[in-house]
Design a protein around this ligand. Sequence first.
Ligand code: ADP
Ligand code: MG
Length: 552
Amino acid sequence: MAENQLNGQQVLYLPEGANRILGRDAQRTNIAVGIAVATAIKSALGPKGMDKMLVSDLGDITITNDGATILEEMNVEHPVAKIMVDIAKTQDKEVGDGTTSVVVIAGELLRGAGDLLEQGVHPTTVIKGYKMAAEKASSILREKARKVDAADEAILQKIAMVSMGSKNVGDDQVKAYISKLIIKAVKQVMDKDAKGKIVIDHDLIKIEKKAGGTVGDTALINGVLIDKEVAHPGMPKSIKNAKIALLDVALEIEKTETDAKIEITSPEQMQSFLQQEEKMLKNMVDKIVKSKANVVVTQKGIDDVAQHYLAKAGILAVRRVKKSDMEKLTKAAGGKIVTSLDDLSQDDLGFAGLVEERKVSGEQMVFVEDCKNPKSVTLFIRGGTQQVVDEGERMVTDVIGAISSVIEDGEYVLGGGSIEVDLATALRNYSNNVGGREQLAIQKFADALEVIPKTLSESAGMDAIDTLVQLRSRHRTKDGSNTGVDIFKNAIGDMNKLGVYEPLRIKEQAIYSASEAAEIILRIDDMISSRSKPSGGAGAGGMPGGMGGEMD
Ligand code: ADP
Ligand code: MG
């Protein structure tokens, strides 16, 4: 129990059941947790990395190689483990790829820090050294980076292939095909901001997925794929040169919330009441017909009677479409979302070469495609099973992230561990010019980055230490700086010749996030948990064993 001595009297200031670990014990525990998380996902790194199968408490199965996904599904509870998960998520958000790397590097930074703490180096010295190293690494990265722009299809294609490399979805031919689709999609939605800088909003690339067919059936739709069916069987299923009314209007008679009663006493009254309703609905449809629209897409519902009139007018209608899809439709097909039918005019209509309902794996979907220069497109992911399309989606989002960051930044580096050995070599040189114990931390930072080539060679069944020694000596030579792990030949090789290219931003973000996480974790020397211990011992994960265990 937390207590202090005050004039010889005990003062308690934490609630009954609270746990606390202090000083070195806290650091030791936290470092161990960080390393454990990194170790758990390490085997997933690289094209020869293994998949993990995760089963949720509801029995849902996820099979993946994606660092961020593995960590998220692992449901970790220890606060330090959560920090590790957060950096993977940040990496995912900022870049979309490199999530395994960032966690593995952070784990290694913690391991190095642990060694230094054992030798009596103060945590703040380690933190300072790590900060210096991260900054130096970032500036070396920028020096080493190579230029690329959106027109360099061949380089973009290689970056896409490397990003896909680790996902076990489809063969190389299929991957090459999908990477072409993604590059096309990204270029289609890219835009310039006020300063003329290229910006790519990932939300403009809609990802739809449906189990069935093969991964090779994945397609790029120049428009929006709506997971809904045409509202009425009497409507056309396919319309060429579609003029689309985009509505946020219910084609229904509003039922008021008030308790008004309508008293109908004769069949004639009933008749005329219904006729009145029908007339109102017909009126609504007439306004749509007048606008010359031949397709209606609405966020709200469509009454049966209105559906009937629309069908009679030869209009294809889709109802209850998601707001986000409506917005994408305006970007893809043009046009405006109209909130009152009285305002609907020809100018508000969107255009698509084809709107068509098709049956996909037994379900109807509406394709709004062949839009003219659409600013929003859809990637429709297919694959044999739900697990495959799910992993396919993760693969596609990784590549979208990689390709857009490289187009936005215009810079890439060499992967396969080669850039990491470069950085490590440069950091060791730099550390010699840094006096004080920070030097030791900078050297540990260099060691930590080399976990990437080490792990890659391990995954290929090579001897990690031998490989690292060879890589280091190659990198000390004048033209050896392209050398990395040639995973498929089980040897070291020229990453430039092999085309193992990665976006600069992946590496930069990974280095910053990993060192920041290590710093946050190292700064903690007092862990207080006011959560009472779960009954039945050191619960799975909580402040696991260590938290209470080391205290009492
Ligand atoms: P992350 O989640 O960090 O992106 P990946 O499993 O995608 O992890 O692995 C990325 C690592 O694999 C990078 O270091 C990258 O350079 C390396 N890599 C990818 N493809 C190859 C390849 N063909 N040869 C060598 N290394 C590769
Ligand atoms: Mg990757």
